[in-house]
Design a protein. Structure first.
Length: 443
């Protein structure tokens, strides 16, 4: 190898190192932490909202309890009024019983008085018949004129006056007894009617009180049911708040883990920069020490230009096999990638910014590197197979155009080439997400 070849390697390495940022694709690297913090803020906001609803439920429960206490007090008042009304009803019933007894006693007196009045009526009728038969007042005059002497006249007048007075007394007693009978009947009947009315009013009052008490009891029952529902809702909200608090804590842990992971990636990035710097320095040193080299070696030095845009070609060389159906060893097969072949030491670069998710040796792919990319919110995976060697390890962040290895002939391969795959999504064994790289990369 000549000096010119080694100098080109050194310059390329130096340019590569100088263009490396502290972290590959910093925006996407920190987006995961920002997304987690955003998610944590959303969970925290939701938890605060739930806690606010819990406080509202507590207020509703306290208000419900106060209503229940008020209704209990009202029910107690109704019970007291009902007991008082029942006591008054009992008193009225006792008075009615006594009045009924008075009425029974009065009936006996009335019967006696009616008999007496009947007797008087008969006597008055008899007297009236006698007066009618004997000529009434003219008969009294005959009695007086028929006196034999003045003394006899006086005696006869006294007798007539006695008879007239007796008749008048009978008539006065008859009138008085009838008035007394009628008055007593009216008093007792009025008293009994008033007692019956009072008792009926008390019975109505008791019925109304019982109705209002039943309404209050039903309202109290509804409030108890409502309180049970509120308590259940509060328990569910508290459970949700607890789960959100756990989620918030878990996301906090994920943020710390992601920050630690990014710190580790940064450390690995610095180590990779240092390693590449050391490799460039060694190449430069070897180029300085060499003063001659064959033209064949010079012709073997190959570079891979990096194009503008999101994607770049992963290696220089000729396209030997396209994506899709082709024939290998006389058999038809579906080729899930694009093969690029070239002679000499051909560097392979990352087709876009991303992270190395796997770098290992496979019996089919040989030395292979898998890189994941996040582009415009979508995930892509690129595969670089059959390399002679890999320069990156799993978990290494890479930039578009960064050297990740050299073209080789390892694994199931027939000549030096790069088998390059592009998957719109994650890589899987069935390669169901594979797409034609020409859709994104200009070869």
């Amino acid at each position: 190898m000549n000096k010119k070849y080694f100098m080109s390697i050194a310059i390329a390495a130096a340019l590569t190192i100088g263009s490396l940022p502290t972290l590959a694709n910093p925006a996407s690297a920190h987006s995961s932490v920002d997304d987690l913090k955003k998610k944590q803020d959303e969970v925290s906001s939701k938890k605060d909202q739930i806690n606010g609803e819990i406080n509202e439920k507590k207020s509703e429960i306290n208000a419900n309890i106060n209503k229940q206490q008020d209704i209990k007090a009202k029910i107690a008042e109704f019970d007291a009024k009902i007991r008082d009304t029942e006591s008054k009803i009992a008193e009225k019933a006792k008075e009615i019983e006594q009045t009924t007894a008075e009425i029974e006693k009065l009936k006996v007196e009335i019967k006696e008085l009616e008999d007496k009045i009947k007797e008087r009526n008969e006597l008055l009728k008899e007297r009236a018949r006698a007066i009618q038969e004997k000529g009434g007042s003219a008969n009294y005059l005959d009695v007086l004129l028929g006196a034999d002497s003045f003394g006899d006249f006086i005696n006869r007048m006294t007798a007539v006056n006695t008879i007239v007075s007796a008749d008048k007394k009978i008539m006065d007693e008859q009138k008085r007894d009838q008035e007394k009978l009628e008055k007593k009947k009216e008093e007792v009947e009025s008293k009994l009617a008033q007692l019956e009315n009072d008792k009926a009013s008390l019975e109505t009052l008791k019925k109304d009180l019982n109705s209002e008490k039943a309404q209050k009891a039903e309202l109290f029952k509804q409030l108890e049911k409502q309180q049970a529902s509120l308590e259940k809702e509060k328990v569910n909200l508290e459970k949700e708040s607890s789960e959100l608090a756990k989620m918030e804590q878990q996301i906090g842990g994920e943020i710390q883990a992601e920050q630690a992971r990014l710190a580790e990636l940064a450390r690995q990035r610095e180590l990779e920069k240092k390693r590449q710097a050391e490799a460039a320095a060694a190449a430069a040193k070897q180029a300085s020490a060499s003063s001659s080299g064959g033209s064949a070696s010079a012709s073997a030095a190959v570079t891979t230009p990096v194009s503008s845009g999101t994607w770049t070609r992963p290696a220089s060389g000729s396209i030997t096999t396209e994506y899709g159906w082709d024939v290998l060893n006389g058999e038809s097969r579906y080729h899930y990638g694009t093969d690029i072949a070239a002679g000499g030491s051909v560097p392979i670069v990352a087709a876009a910014d991303g992270y190395v998710i796997k770098s290992h040796y496979s019996s089919s792919y040989g030395n292979v590197v898998y890189i994941t990319h996040s582009i415009n919110g979508k995930t892509f995976t690129t595969v670089y197979a059959h390399m002679s060697s890999s320069l990156v390890g799993t978990g290494t962040p890479v930039d578009k155009g960064q050297r990740i290895g050299y073209m080789g002939n390892t694994g199931y391969s027939f000549g030096q080439h790069l088998h390059f795959e592009l998957h719109a999504g994650s890589w899987n064994a069935s390669k169901s997400n594979s797409v034609n790289p020409r859709r994104y990369i200009n070869f």
